[in-house]
Design a protein. Structure first.
Length: 268
């Protein structure tokens, strides 16, 4: 047996698959302090490379692996990435969906999300209705999530036809976030957009957190420890990063995860 195949066997032996359900696990985890999600794009980081990226993120201390990010990801490519991540880590693997064609039963759960501030009803509810029976057939755990895009919104705001939340209107952000909870969403996500020049403003995060009783997720534009520290102090309970791992590697992700772990230590 070659060294490569031997090391792969060892990695697979070490990785005990996550035992769900995911949402109750996450709710308990958030009670202990902030949580970090690493977003891996199976289109940019396919197959075995997704597993390698996930293993590096787990070593640094991430808590959950999200799979998604590009338009047009096939179920085959999503499945390959999910299997690779499961082979290399023991963390939950959750789909951040781009549509019904990006679903696979190889994942542990699915963020069953509604882009609430979209002008396109497909993004709000029609795509969800079209996909729900397929989700049930796959046996995926659906996690209801209100997804709110904050200016500038970047590509997700454009593709999602979003009326982006103003960065200068904390009260408006709080109202949208609370509406999501009142509609039954179990998570609320404030998204500045992948590659955004700066994260969601702390004032919006603080205003949303003040009115919510469900976990608040914040993503987009989080590039360094200062960004993470500011958002965590404002009340973010989950931070999502993806681009930084692709572009900056462990050296860029490590300081962000240090801030998350430090905040969690202070909370316990």
């Amino acid at each position: 047996m070659s060294r490569e195949s031997s090391s792969t066997t060892v990695a697979r032996t070490r990785a005990a698959r996550f035992q769900g359900p995911f949402l109750p696990w996450l709710l308990e985890k958030v009670k202990e302090g902030p949580v970090h999600f690493t977003l891996i794009d199976p289109d940019k980081t396919p197959g075995a490379k997704a597993g390698e990226a996930a293993a590096r993120a787990e070593e640094l201390g991430t808590d959950v692996l999200l799979l998604g990010g590009s338009t047009g990801i096939t179920s085959e490519r999503m499945g390959e990435a999910a299997r690779s991540v499961h082979d290399r880590t023991s963390l939950p693997v959750v789909i951040f969906p781009q549509g019904p064609d990006s679903l696979t039963d190889e994942a542990d759960a699915l963020l069953f999300m509604s882009l609430l501030n979209s002008r396109d009803l497909r993004m709000v509810v029609r795509a969800q209705a079209a996909t729900s029976l397929h989700v049930k057939a796959l046996g995926l755990e659906p996690v209801p999530m209100g997804y709110l895009v904050v200016a500038p919104g970047m590509k997700v705001g454009e593709v999602g036809s979003a009326d982006c939340l103003s960065r200068e209107d904390p009260k408006g952000a709080a109202a949208w976030a609370l509406a999501a909870e009142y509609l039954g969403m179990k998570l609320v996500y404030l998204e500045a957009g992948s590659g955004a020049p700066s994260p969601v403003p702390a004032s919006l995060v603080r205003a949303a957190r003040d009115v919510l009783s469900v976990p608040l997720i914040v993503g987009g534009g989080i590039r360094n420890a200062e960004h993470a520290r500011t958002l965590l102090k404002a009340g973010a309970q989950v931070l999502v990063t993806g681009t930084i791992l692709e572009e900056g590697g462990e050296g860029a992700l490590g300081p962000i995860l240090h801030e998350v772990k430090s905040a969690r230590a202070r909370a316990t």
